[in-house]
Design a protein around this ligand. Sequence first.
Ligand code: DER
Length: 228
Amino acid sequence: SPQEQAKKRAGYKAADYITNGMTVGLGTGSTVAFTMARLKERMTEEGLLIVGIPTSIQTTMRAGALGIPLIGLEQAEKIDITVDGADQIDPEMRLIKGRGAAHVRERIVADASTRLIIVADPSKICSHLTGPIPIEIIPFSFSHVIRRLNEMGGMVTVREGVKKDGPVISDNGNIILDYTPVSIPDPSALETAINMIPGVVSCGIFAEFTSKTTVIIGEESGPRIIGL
Ligand code: DER
């Protein structure tokens, strides 16, 4: 499909930034899956030597299937580059992430990285962030966080499993809420306000990484690079 082709263009281009000996943060989702496939091709064709740090069980399984060597975050001196996807990208490269409920580990790995490369098809670009904003919460806090978010205004839903009765459970054993505020005039302020609510592990607004972020958009005419 055209969208798959766009994801592939962006994902493949990101793999060009990876050089021998790097420790690479491996995000989660269908776009970064193309980056991982291209990294495997380069390992085979060029003998590229890297180690990956996965941000989810899904990425761990995909890397295992591809034969990309993995290490634990605790074993990494530093992470040179993390490649990840996004759900919304605004003109300042602030992001909404978490469609795949992986944003808690993705944020940790992004924070530990020297550089963040976001890969996306053009549908992710927006003039301003709107949400829904995924929020990972500890189950104990469930009713309290929902009350708090309702007080802030907007809509809150619990993310329900499709092939599992009851709520989606994250790789960390937590519950996911999807919160759509009335508007997001200040993404950074809202990120902080949500993350401060007791019981919230982390929300899917990523506004703090713009200074080390490059965005690659898989345009039809070819990958468009935004940022350093
Ligand atoms: O869950 C996530 O944070 C993913 O990175 C998501 O935001 C992008 O997934 P996609 O590349 O499959 O659209």
